[in-house]
Design a protein around this ligand. Structure first.
Ligand code: NDP
Length: 299
């Protein structure tokens, strides 16, 4: 069997276009333009690329993108002062602080200084708590994007066995909670789990969010399972030329695609969904703050 390759790039492009339509309609009906502030501290090369993509996609969807670039020497107090200004700026609906931050800055202190209503990454403890309590919240973008792909591939997830490999606050834990809220039976595996292959073999759904290239092998996968590969690992690729690199996921794609019924590729799977869901969160935050309603498919 060869798995269906889940096209996250196409799904994300459709979602982004739909967000653009909703923004346009809301503004035509008198709503203010939603605004996303992106804060980048320092010169991390990968962060630069992410931020550039986020800004481009935000603008393409008709929202305002406000960029704040601060030097690597920025102190925690200086960053907190900027967050305070953005929290109080009525034109800003979402605040995203690009991680990682320089070591003199405590990321948790910064994340939890963002107003929960503007926390479009969904990392603030209030949003974490609201998600686990089943209350409306802003949900972390990568797990939410992964869930959208799963629901598109499978429809109703009720009763399925889902294994999430990885328990980080930004991917693994919120992913598990989202699957639980879809009535899956959820197992969270991590570096201390015993016999991970056996745990994975029980899964109808595997979400791999580990950061270890090609770790999940074909014979870890139950025939017909759906596999979501969140991992992004940059590998040297001498076959492409000197100094060249390529991206690979946490799942051995070539093995897994012969066993699974559907699988996300890397790149082109979960990655593009993260930015699309960031825009969706910004739209949701704007609608709640500015008091305009959203069509059902955006809520
Ligand atoms: P973290 O490093 O924060 O967490 C990794 C998790 O994997 C930990 O819970 C760790 O367990 C677990 N783990 C590590 N080694 C093993 C192992 N041998 N067996 C089982 N579990 C293991 O990573 P993130 O959650 O932030 O990211 C995971 C991956 O997803 C990375 O490749 C990252 O680049 C990617 N990513 C992709 C995004 C996207 O947009 N597509 C967005 C965010 C991340 P323990 O807790 O016990 O240490």
């Amino acid at each position: 069997m060869s798995a269906k390759i889940i096209d996250g790039k196409a799904f994300a492009a459709n979602l982004t276009a739909r967000i653009g339509e909703v923004v346009k309609d809301a503004m035509a009906a008198g709503a203010p333009q939603p605004g996303l502030a992106v804060v980048l501290v320092g010169n991390d090369a990968a962060s630069e690329v992410y931020v550039r993509n986020k800004i481009r996609t935000t603008e393409a969807s008709g929202m305002a993108s406000i960029e704040h670039r601060l030097p690597a020497s920025t102190s925690q107090d200086e960053l907190l002062a900027l967050i305070d200004t953005l929290n109080n700026d009525h034109a800003i609906d979402g605040i995203l602080v690009q991680l990682p931050l320089p070591e003199q800055i405590n990321a948790d202190a910064v994340i939890n200084a963002i107003s929960p209503e503007k926390d479009v990454d969904g990392f603030h403890v209030v949003n974490v708590g609201r998600l686990w309590a089943g209350l409306p919240s802003l949900v972390p973008c990568t797990p939410y994007g992964s869930l959208l792909l799963l629901k598109d591939a499978l429809g109703d997830l009720s009763g399925m066995n889902a294994v999430v490999v990885g328990r980080s606050n930004i991917v693994g834990k919120p992913m598990a909670q989202l699957l639980l809220s879809e009535n899956c039976t959820v197992t969270i595996a991590h570096s201390r789990s015993k016999d991970l292959p056996a745990i994975c073999r029980e899964a109808d759904i595997i979400v791999a969010a580990v950061g270890r290239p090609d770790m999940v092998k074909g014979d870890w996968i139950k025939p017909g399972a759906v596999v979501i590969d969140v991992g992004i690992n940059r590998m040297e690729s001498p076959e492409r030329g000197e100094g060249k690199t390529r991206l690979t996921g946490d799942v051995d794609f070539n093995e897994a695609k012969e066993i699974a019924s559907a699988i996300t590729p890397v790149p082109g799977g979960v990655g593009p969904m993260t930015i699309a869901c960031l825009l969706r969160n910004t739209l949701v935050a704007a609608s709640r703050r500015q008091g305009f309603s959203l069509p059902k498919d955006m809520m």
